[in-house]
Design a protein around this ligand. Structure first.
Ligand code: SF4
Length: 1010
């Protein structure tokens, strides 16, 4: 075991000063506690020891002054908020010169606030502001204005920031203390004000400054307090940069893994295989992302959450309360879309325990209420729905289904009303009170009971605490959008559940704070050169050159890499035993190889004692071990690896697996796959074959058949099977689209209404349509219908409304022109003519063999022609794709014209009505008023009835083959379910030609009618 050089120094000091009070002056309390634990483990009695940070010492010395003067410590967020409001004010008054064009985001105001704090910690005040130090004079002037305003506001509110606390502490006379020994722990970075405070505070006191052990050949970091005694180290890693002089080989293993997740799995594999105790091991990471999430995901899946501790906690957005907040913010940004709310409910972030409805039921009701999006629509649409249901109950009180539905809506209302009222503002640009916003947010977190484990409970408490701290002092108004950005930037940065190492727990820690963790098994992940030692990042507000000019001891951005690297080497020098270092071989996001960090290569050189080994040689040496699939069964760590190994080794699953009851579904899948691959028409290709007549409309008098069903059956029987027999529905969630208002069905019915009203007015006036005379009339009607629509269905913005209105008005003009041209042929007689629905009788059509079927539908318009015959008009608001003059039936896909004609004739047999033609009219800009006319005659009527017979045979047999034309699948919603594209076309053709597939053969016959 290698000794820990800092603990060694401490043992000596503590032994020599047993009875003296010893004050450990540490960068953080955590370091102090870890050191005390390490000393105790080393058998060193720790008596008369106190652990203090600079801030503890400063606060202790000014406590009475603060109390007397009623000073309070200022939360960081409040300071940031002061700067944000001041920036807004200065910008609005055109008083900014350098930052005038910068977008005022929370991130920007934070950067400015941090620059002001950095200046104060370098002991710069408003009076000593170094205007000359700035490369651009205007920047200095802007910062000065902000600094001045910030100080004024802070003083008005009697608040003290960190720098003020140290300044105030330094103004206090040095009080005589009881004799203590101050032991100063090395700080890797420091502020001038902290250093001067410490020197002031310990004037005349005994101070011992510990030293970082030297690394041969590496320049040490500048020290805040020079070490009392320089120490050397004989640790094998001390010779990382003088390999030839290394006295011994380090106990080191270097590994590459295919990805970051695999690095983490590799560590757990090692712990498992070597049976290493969790509490003797630690994982250090060079960057929190993605390693913390990767560990969390793994331990949650393996139910090991209670066996790990995270030194810095986990990002709050990985917890349920964090997801709730993030999701609610997103919901607001997406204009309160139902889709986002449904996601939150499904993820279990919203508890709904005050009502007796499941999450799925709530989602179903919300979707059914036609809300889609828009804050104001929630309650409005909910009430509309409830009124509608109440009316239905009044008409038929025995309808238990409707009664139950209304009860469910009442339950939903109980939850939804307070939920929607919680937050102010209807849109992201509404002005709200920042304080009220924070209160509402806190209220939401408190009410939602999603703290089902220690991590979620800790997240809930920390979020509430963080908001409470700021809420007391928050004031002023801002837009909802600004509040969302500000709060998200601040709250989502929180990490929760931070913990000290615990017995029985594996500890996960960033390498930066690992110096005093003395566990014997050390795993370091994330050693690729993209991640470590990191990039030089200069502060964009206070440049390094300016910092140097302000004070020579100001921390520079470009020194970050040096400090990070030095700390890492120090960490290596504190390791007691085995160390494993790893890096991800692939950047899986960019899909390219990543390279190891320089220190990883150097460690390899030390290990192999070859100072001139290159990076390529290192990669070659490690790459053999990089794989997704485990070679040895003993190395398999979790279920996925086990499955992957099974399939990889034999290209298929073991036969024994199929015999396990729990894997019967796999056996079924294998069977289905086999069946789909061979040329026989089976139950996996739509061959159902039932022994009843329920689905055949010729036998079942309760069934009426509609155009859309018939055309679907004629296009693709398999689709009919999925939709009308299995009732498979695609989930329809409309997303809020700020660039579009009316969806195609709404636009279609809106235009139908305009045309109907228009003809109603012409009828009253006994006029024929004429562009010149009636353009204003149709526009007036269209505007009335549009205004009515926008009341219940608001457009996303006025500009989108105007654009869509324009398009509809132009379509009306196209319609009017087309109608004028055709006006000599006849007059409209019926609009929206229903049969078999809305209480109207169906049309019964006789087939051969004395059988009949019942038809239902809605005809857009029926015209009486001059010759006494009738014409069916069907408005198509889409494009004319698929409607050609030639393809009369289009192989059974287009049947509506014949169906409507027959139905109308049948319903008006008493008047001997005859329909001579059906017209598909495309009255839109896209369709340019095109008319596709289908003439009717006896031959065509006979053909139609034959097609219907064939299609009924499919239903009678229970044969639902896939369509024989891949073109039909182009816009089909069921592609993902049916998987037709995975079949070979020849195999499909063979299946459909099979003699026993008599029903399927009918489809071939139908296709012959073009
Ligand atoms: S994707 Fe093609 S085969 Fe499948 S259901 Fe749709 S139309 Fe039929």
């Amino acid at each position: 075991m290698n000794p820990h050089s800092i603990i060694e120094q401490l043992i000596e000091i503590v032994t020599n000063n047993k009875l003296t009070e010893k004050i450990f002056v540490v960068p953080s309390h955590r370091d102090g506690q870890l050191v005390i634990q390490a000393l105790a483990r080393a058998g060193q009695p720790v008596l008369n020891v106190k652990v203090k940070t600079f801030m503890d010492l400063a606060l202790e010395s000014i406590k009475p002054v603060m109390k007397k003067a009623d000073y309070k410590q200022m939360p960081y967020q409040i300071g940031k908020q002061y700067i944000f409001s001041e920036l807004q004010k200065l910008k609005a008054n055109k008083q900014l010169n350098y930052f005038n064009t910068v977008q005022l985001t929370p991130a920007f105001s934070q950067a400015v606030y941090q620059a002001i704090l950095d200046l104060k910690q370098a002991r710069v005040s408003v009076q000593t502001f170094p205007t000359q130090a700035f490369l651009k004079r205007e920047k200095g002037e802007d910062l000065y204005q902000l600094f001045q305003a910030y100080e004024q506001k802070r003083q008005e509110n009697r608040l003290l920031d960190t720098a003020d606390i140290f300044e105030l502490a330094m103004q206090q006379p040095v009080a005589p203390k009881k004799q203590s020994l101050y032991i100063f722990f090395p700080h890797e970075a420091y502020y001038r004000i902290e250093k001067e405070f410490f020197l002031h505070y310990t004037k005349g006191e005994e101070v011992v400054a510990l030293d970082f052990p030297a690394v041969v050949g590496l320049e040490p970091l500048p020290s805040m307090v020079p070490p009392t005694k320089n120490i050397e180290s004989h640790h094998p890693f001390s010779f990382l940069y003088q390999i030839e002089n290394a006295p011994s080989e380090p106990d080191l293993v270097l590994k590459a893994a295919i990805s970051e997740d695999e690095e983490i799995h590799g560590v757990f594999r090692e712990l498992k295989n070597k049976k290493l105790p969790f509490d003797q091991s630690v994982i250090f990471y060079t960057s929190g992302r993605p390693y913390v999430e990767s560990v969390l995901r793994f331990v949650q899946k393996q139910k090991l959450e209670e066996c790990v501790t995270f030194a810095e906690g986990v990002p709050v957005n990985l917890t349920k309360p964090g997801k709730l907040i993030k999701g609610v913010f997103q919901w607001m940004r997406e204009n309160y879309s139902i889709k986002m709310l449904a996601k939150l409910i499904r993820e279990g972030c919203i508890s709904l325990n005050q009502i007796e409805l499941s999450g799925e039921k709530v989602i179903e009701l919300l979707q059914d209420a036609d809300i889609h999006w828009g804050k104001e629509r929630y309650i409005q649409k909910l009430h509309e729905k409830m009124t509608d249901l109440a009316l239905k109950i009044k008409e038929d009180p025995s309808n238990t289904r409707v009664v139950q539905k209304l009860e469910r809506y009442k339950q939903l209302e109980k939850w939804l009303t307070p939920w929607m009222e919680r937050f102010e503002g209807d849109s992201t640009w509404s002005t709200i009170s920042y304080k009220q916003w924070l209160i509402a947010l806190k209220d939401l977190i408190s009410i939602e009971d999603n703290s089902n484990n220690a991590l979620n409970t800790s997240a809930k408490n920390q979020l509430i605490e963080a908001i409470t701290e700021v809420e007391h002092l928050a004031d002023g108004d801002m837009t909802l959008g600004e509040a969302l950005n500000d709060t998200e930037q601040w709250l989502m940065k929180l990490t929760v559940g931070a913990s000290m190492p615990k017995p029985g727990h594996l500890h996960i820690s960033p390498h930066r704070i690992g110096l005093y963790l003395d566990r014997p098994h050390v795993y370091i992940v994330g050693l690729d050169n993209g991640r470590f030692p990191g990039r030089q990042k200069e502060d964009p507000i206070l440049l390094d050159l300016e910092r140097k000019a302000i004070h020579p001891e100001m921390t520079l951005g470009r020194e970050f890499v040096k400090r990070n690297f030095y700390l890492f080497v120090q960490l290596l020098l504190t390791t007691k035993g085995h160390v494993q270092m790893s890096y991800p071989f692939m950047d899986t996001v960019e899909n390219r190889r990543s390279a190891p960090a320089h220190i990883f290569l150097q460690a390899y050189r030390l290990l192999t004692k070859q100072p001139s080994v290159t990076g390529e040689e290192l990669v070659l040496a490690l790459q053999d071990d990089v794989h997704f699939i485990q070679k040895e069964t003993a190395n398999v760590l979790h279920e996925n690896e086990w499955w992957a190994k099974q399939v990889w080794d034999q290209s298929q699953l073991d036969k024994e697996v199929f015999n396990e009851v729990s894997f019967m579904h796999l056996k079924q899948a294998e069977l289905a796959r086999e069946a789909r691959r061979n040329e026989v028409f089976t139950e996996f290709d739509g061959r159902v074959e039932y022994d009843h007549d329920k689905l055949d409309p010729r036998k079942n008098e309760q069934l009426t058949i509609t155009t859309s069903k018939l055309e679907m059956l004629g296009t693709c029987p398999y689709k009919y099977f999925l939709k009308h027999i299995l009732y498979v529905e695609e989930e329809q969630i409309e997303e809020f689209d700020m660039y579009s208002w009316l969806n195609p069905p709404t636009r279609g019915s809106l235009m139908h209404e305009v045309f109907e009203r228009f003809y109603g007015r012409l009828k009253e006036a006994k006029e024929k349509p004429q562009v010149e005379q009636h353009l204003d009339l149709i526009i007036e009607i269209a505007d009335q219908v549009l205004s009515f629509e926008r009341e219940s269905n608001p457009p996303p913005s006025e500009i989108i409304y105007l654009l869509e209105r324009q398009e509809i008005l132009e379509s009306c003009a196209v319609f009017l022109k087309a109608e004028e041209e055709a006006s000599g042929e006849g007059d409209p007689l019926f609009f929206e003519f229903n049969f078999g629905i809305s209480g109207q009788d169906p049309a019964t059509i006789d087939l051969a063999n004395g059988e009949s079927i019942r038809l239902s539908g809605k005809i857009d318009r029926v015209d009486r022609l001059k010759n006494g015959l009738y014409a069916i008009i069907d408005y198509k608001t889409g494009s004319s794709y698929g409607y050609t003059e030639k393809a009369y039936f289009n192989g059974g896909r287009k049947l509506q014209h014949s169906l409507y004609a027959l139905a109308f004739e049948k319903l008006f047999t008493h008047q001997n009505a005859q329909v001579s033609s059906s017209t598909y009219l495309f009255p839109t800009l896209k369709g340019q008023g095109e008319r596709i006319v289908r003439k009717h005659n006896d031959e065509e009527r006979q053909q139609f009835l034959t097609i219907v017979e064939h299609l009924c045979d499919l239903l009678a047999k229970g044969h639902f083959p896939y369509t024989d034309a891949a073109d039909d699948c182009k816009y089909c919603d069921y592609k993902i379910v049916c998987q037709r594209h995975t079949y070979e076309e020849e195999v499909l053709a063979k299946k459909h030609e099979e003699e026993t597939a008599s029903g399927a053969l009918r489809l071939k016959e139908v296709r012959s009618y073009d």
